[in-house]
Design a protein around this ligand. Structure first.
Ligand code: ZN
Ligand code: ZN
Length: 218
């Protein structure tokens, strides 16, 4: 509702017009190959595992994100999550579909919001993104996961690492191959926990897809 009544401004730079102006859209840092085949981190040359994911048990086959999680991407995600700008989810989904090939899976699902947050905002950004992507990629989207306990903490790597294995449980049996959608990939702990639950529900291969990805320097 607010979405329709408020004058439109770019949530990144504040200029009047679209919620994401074309200049800011252009400036978002695209994640481009070479990448780590597993976790999708940009690397100097193509590798199967990188410093970020080597030695970690990751239940997903591969993770991909469209852009780096820089200050602009952060503002975009914040506006989309905290202010519930639904139209922005469609813009973000278009950008993801433009930059990433559709995952070779039978269906999409999403990282569930914890209960408190869902009530606060009336929607889950990861779900919204998954629904928009399902249309663009012509794939079915099904809710397959729920949280085993509240307190999904985002905003720092340390907080995400506390999102331990067992944070999710399946609510339905999963297709053989499925992509789990989230807004931001930080350490991979959330995607890995979601993939673990999906595999327990029968998925053989799980891909992780996010709009933005935290990038380590150096
Ligand atoms: Zn702008
Ligand atoms: Zn990696």
């Amino acid at each position: 509702m607010l979405d329709l009544l408020l004058p439109q401004r770019c949530v990144v730079c504040g200029r009047g017009g679209r919620q994401l102006c074309s200049a800011c859209r252009e400036e978002l840092p695209r994640i481009e190959p070479p990448l780590c085949e597993r976790c999708g981190a940009p690397t100097a040359w193509p590798v199967e595992r990188c410093r970020e994911c080597a030695g970690r048990r990751l239940a997903f086959a591969g993770a991909r994100a469209a852009v780096g999680y820089d200050a602009a991407a952060r503002r975009l995600v914040h506006a989309w999550k905290e202010r519930g700008l639904r139209r922005l989810a469609a813009e973000v989904a278009e950008l993801v579909a433009e930059l990433l090939p559709p995952p070779e899976v039978e269906a999409l699902t999403f990282v569930p919001a914890d209960r408190g947050r869902r009530l606060d905002r009336g929607h889950n950004p990861a779900e919204r993104l998954a629904l928009e992507l399902a249309e663009l990629w012509e794939l079915p989207c099904a809710p397959l996961l729920e949280r085993t306990r509240g307190g999904r903490q985002r905003g720092s790597s340390a907080a995400e690492r506390r999102t331990v294995r067992g944070a999710f449980r399946p609510t339905a049996s999963a297709p053989r191959s499925v992509a789990v959608i989230d807004d931001v990939y930080t350490t991979g702990a959330t995607a890995a926990a979601a993939a673990t639950a999906l595999r327990a529900a029968g998925a053989r291969r799980v891909e992780a897809v996010a709009f933005a990805r935290a990038l380590r320097r150096g």
